[in-house]
Design a protein. Structure first.
Length: 81
C-alpha cells in the first residue's frame, strides 16, 4: 500500500471576535488524497542554509495557489491500516 504524503496549505480560522485569521500549516494526507490531519501550530520558516530557506519559502508561496482549508470544516479520515 502506498503511504501518505504532506504539503503546506493555508488554514483559515475564525477568531472569537469574528475576524478571519490565516496561517500556513503542514497538512498530512492518506494515499488516496484524503486529509489525515494538520499541525496544531503554523509553520516556522527556518533552515540550515539560505538555500533551505529559499526552498521553504517557495513551498509556502506555492500553497497560496491551493484552496484554503477552513478550521472546523476539514473532514479528517484515518486510513491507518
Amino acid at each position: 500500500m502506498e503511504s501518505g504524503y504532506w504539503n503546506h496549505r493555508v488554514l483559515k480560522e475564525i477568531l472569537q471576535n469574528g475576524e478571519d485569521w490565516y496561517s500556513v500549516r503542514e497538512v498530512f494526507y492518506n494515499a488516496d488524497g484524503s486529509i489525515n490531519g494538520y499541525t496544531k501550530e503554523p509553520v516556522d520558516i527556518s533552515g540550515e542554509s539560505i538555500d533551505d530557506l529559499r526552498k521553504y519559502v517557495q513551498w509556502i508561496l506555492n500553497c497560496l495557489d491551493k484552496p484554503i482549508l477552513v478550521d472546523g470544516e476539514v473532514e479528517f479520515v484515518d486510513r491507518h491500516e
